[in-house]
Each structure stands twice: as structure tokens, then as C-alpha cells.
Design a protein around this ligand. Structure first.
Ligand code: AMP
Ligand code: MG
Length: 301
């Protein structure tokens, strides 16, 4: 007798297959895969992004230097893209989210993102690449994960492109200040949300709008990707760090790179567990992890 697959196994297998597809996708598009960095002298401050809610960025001392646990590899991507042009990392991130985030069902304090960056790229290049990624993922999972989806009683999601685009101003007008979940619930397909007030490394036009973007998954699953055209000019980086009241001593090494010259680029990060949560239509992100790091819940081992 053939044993039927357990739903928990099916969820983990779908995450694994999504991970495999992601690595192949970026390699097939000639991105160089970097291994993750988990300690950085300068790391993503994650603010002022209203979507971010970390308590602190933990530090360790080693060899007389202060190193921080990596919240994201954005600053490392900006440095690496200058030489390597098209890069990606399956990047573990530590973000000590506030305990209230236990209730969202969509937050972990350790998770993995597929983080990529392209030199000389603009928003349109990223949209084209990312939409191709999701369409290919549908086809891949239809073919390779039939048994897993059958075990869950869920249909593999069929991504239809191009995704609709809205500015955050439009979304606020229609759905109110906290537009993300209501807008997500009203959609049957993912959509792009453009121009978020965000960190110093996202490009901002003279009219105040930002050249950044999120993908919001439909059916109430919320944000799945964030990215931007990056600020590479030293003076503007300094201006924005001042605007954000950041302690510049935590960015000395990054600023040294910026002073010597960064390269124009654009990129994004796709949360792998978030994507699996959506694909498997699970009710909590912890269901796609064996050792879920859920804010507000003690760690098992
Ligand atoms: P960010 O650039 O901070 O938006 O992170 C990139 C992507 O990683 C997000 O769009 C989510 O898909 C995912 N992500 C961010 N924070 C978390 C978290 N605390 N738990 C799980 N996934 C996350
Ligand atoms: Mg985001």
C-alpha cells in the first residue's frame, strides 16, 4: 500500500522545491550565487520602514571588532554588485521582531530571503524578472509538486502577469493607512505596491517619491517581496542617514565603500517562508518550518 504524504511533510517539500527552483532560476539568469554573510560590521537598520518592528540588532565582539547579526545583506549587496553585476544570496536574516508579531502568523525572527541585485538596472527590469520568476514557479510546482499539493488538498497557485501596480498613496486612499491586509484580501493575484517611505539606501526622487516596490500576495497573505532602485551617491546617503537620525558610527565601513563609489543597481528580496506560507495556503508561517522562530514564543532547541 502506498502511504499518503503527511500534510506537514508536503509543506516542507513545497518549501524545499521552491528553494531549488529559486536557486536554479537565478543561476539560469546568470546571477552569481554568493554564500550568506551572517555577521556584518554594518547591517540593514530596517528603518524607518513602518513595516519593520525589531527590538534591537544584536552585536558580538570578536577580534576587537563589533559585528552585528545580519538583518539583511542589502549593504553587502551594494558593495558586491559593483564587481559582480548580477548577484543573489539565499540569505538567513535575524530580526528580533516584537512579541506582538506572534499574532500576525506571517513573522519569524529568523527566516530566509532570496536576495538579489543587478547593476545598472531599473524598476522595470526588476518587474520583468520577478514576474518571470513567479510564472516559472507556477509551472515548476505544477509539474514537480503534484503529490504534495494533492496531500494538502490545495491547488498550486497560478500566477498571472503582468501584476497590477498601485502607488502606496492610491492604496491608502482606497483601503486606509493600514492598507496591506485589506488590499491583499481584495485581490486574487499579487500586485505591486510602489513608493514606500523607507531606508537611506532606497532611491528617492526630488518630488519625494521613492523608486521602491513591494509585491503583496493576494487572499490576505500580505507582503512577499520588497526591493528598490538603490541610492549609490555618497552625499545623498549621508543626507538620508542624517534625516533618519542613524548613528553613523555603525556604518563607518559601508560609508568608506560609498565614499570610494558605489554602483547604480536595483534588486529585491523574496521571503522564502512567506512564499511557502502563501503557496501552501497555511494559517501560520511556523507550519513551514521545523524549528520555527516565532516572535513571542520560546525556542524549542
Ligand atoms: P524586507 O526587505 O525587509 O521587506 O524583507 C524581504 C522579504 O522577506 C519580505 O517581503 C518578506 O517576504 C520577508 N520577511 C521580512 N521580514 C520577515 C519576517 N520577520 N518573517 C518572515 N519573513 C519576513
Ligand atoms: Mg518589506
Amino acid at each position: 500500500m502506498v502511504m499518503s504524504m503527511k500534510p506537514r511533510d508536503a509543506k516542507l517539500r513545497i518549501l524545499g522545491k521552491t528553494f531549488r527552483y529559486t536557486v536554479d532560476f537565478f543561476q539560469d539568469h546568470e546571477f552569481i550565487q554568493l554564500m550568506p554573510v551572517m555577521l556584518g560590521k554594518s547591517v540593514d537598520p530596517l528603518g524607518p520602514d513602518p513595516g519593520s518592528s525589531i527590538i534591537e540588532i544584536p552585536k558580538i565582539s570578536y577580534q576587537g571588532e563589533v559585528l552585528r547579526l545580519v538583518t539583511s545583506m542589502i549593504l553587502h549587496k551594494q558593495v558586491a554588485v559593483k564587481e559582480f553585476k548580477k548577484i543573489f544570496i539565499m540569505s538567513p536574516n535575524i530580526r528580533l521582531e516584537r512579541p506582538e508579531r506572534k499574532e500576525t502568523g506571517r513573522h519569524l525572527f529568523e527566516f530566509t530571503q532570496a536576495d538579489f541585485e543587478m547593476a545598472d538596472a531599473g524598476m522595470e527590469d526588476i518587474f520583468e524578472l520577478v514576474e518571470r520568476y513567479y510564472v516559472g514557479l507556477s509551472a515548476f510546482l505544477h509539474e514537480k509538486a503534484e503529490e504534495e499539493f494533492a496531500a494538502l488538498g490545495v491547488k498550486p497557485f497560478y500566477f498571472k502577469t503582468p501584476f497590477q501596480c498601485y502607488t502606496t498613496a492610491e492604496l491608502k486612499n482606497t483601503y486606509g493607512e493600514d492598507w496591506e491586509l485589506p488590499a491583499s484580501k481584495q485581490h486574487q493575484q499579487p500586485f505591486w505596491a510602489l513608493s514606500h517611505k523607507r531606508e537611506f539606501y532606497d532611491k528617492q526622487s526630488s518630488d519625494g517619491s521613492y523608486q521602491n516596490y513591494d509585491i503583496i500576495y493576494p487572499l490576505g497573505f500580505g507582503e512577499g517581496l520588497s526591493g528598490a532602485e538603490r541610492e549609490h551617491e555618497y552625499e545623498k546617503i549621508i543626507m538620508r542617514m542624517t534625516r533618519d537620525k542613524l548613528d553613523q558610527s555603525a556604518y563607518t565601513s559601508y560609508l568608506e565603500h560609498a565614499r570610494k563609489g558605489l554602483f547604480p543597481s536595483a534588486g529585491a528580496g523574496i521571503g522564502m517562508e512567506r512564499l511557502a506560507l502563501f503557496l501552501t495556503q497555511s494559517s501560520h508561517i511556523g507550519e513551514v518550518s521545523v524549528f520555527p522562530r516565532v516572535p513571542g514564543i520560546p525556542v524549542d532547541i
